[in-house]
Design a protein around this ligand. Structure first.
Ligand code: 5GP
Length: 216
């Protein structure tokens, strides 16, 4: 009989400026790895073409969003680029307690709020990663390359990107973005390493008694 250890889930916070590729990375990992769920956020922003309600975001009107903040439904929420964004507690808490890993693609304000959460189960679950663009030119190229924003929105996102990048040292891990494959490789390596942390493992009651040959 081989050893089976249970594990608490990881709450993986991924931040970085628009255009750093963090959303693509989170999506790619959640598709490739059945143990990782992407926490779909709520937002008051208008859907971009191709975005689906419930898959990319839960698109809410401002009144609905504000009512949910009053009811305490959000683990965190913040105003970003003039719109409200938030993660529902229901998208996170029960999953990590079941041992499922959750990926949150959120801004630096939201990350700060999650770190400040008084629940020890959340504090223990957090793994925070910042994705830095390789250069200012590449950031600009990626931001304008999406073609989804008008010039005012782009200017706002560039200003916010530079502001957001000042907080990279608040994160436990930093990935300087290169190719998608290289970024994904590092991202997976961080998650795999964190899964092996002894403090995340439980189910050791009776382990020595059950496997006397191994622990002899
Ligand atoms: P976008 O409008 O480009 O999809 O996202 C804009 C920014 O909002 C990104 O930096 C993204 O990480 C952030 N964001 C998305 N969902 C959430 C959320 O639930 N909470 C917070 N605080 N930020 C979010």
């Amino acid at each position: 009989m081989s050893i089976e250890l249970q594990r608490r889930g990881i709450l993986c916070i991924v931040s970085g400026p628009s255009g750093s590729g963090k959303t693509t990375l989170c999506r790619a990992l959640s598709q490739a790895d059945p143990l990782c769920d992407y926490a779909v956020s709520c937002t008051t922003r208008q859907p971009r073409s191709g975005e689906e309600d419930g898959k990319d975001y839960h698109f809410l009107d401002r009144d609905d969003f504000e009512e949910r903040t009053t009811r305490g439904e959000f683990l965190e929420w913040a105003e970003v680029h003039g719109n409200l964004y938030g993660t529902l507690k229901s998208a996170v808490l029960s999953r990590i307690s079941r041992g499922q890993d959750v990926l949150m693609d959120i801004d630096v304000q939201g990350a700060r709020l999650v770190r400040k959460n008084p629940d020890p189960a959340i504090a223990e679950a957090i793994v925070d990663i910042f994705i830095l663009p390789p250069s200012r030119e590449e950031l600009k190229r990626r931001l304008s390359g999406r073609g989804t924003e008008d010039s005012d929105q782009l200017a706002l996102r560039m200003t916010n990107a530079l502001e957001e990048m000042r907080h990279w040292r608040d994160y436990g891990y930093t990935i300087v973005s290169g190719s998608h494959e290289a970024d994904l490789h590092r991202f997976r390596a961080i998650v795999e390493g964190e899964r092996c942390r002894t403090r995340r493992l439980h189910g050791d009651d009776g382990l020595v008694e059950e496997h006397p040959d191994l622990f002899a």
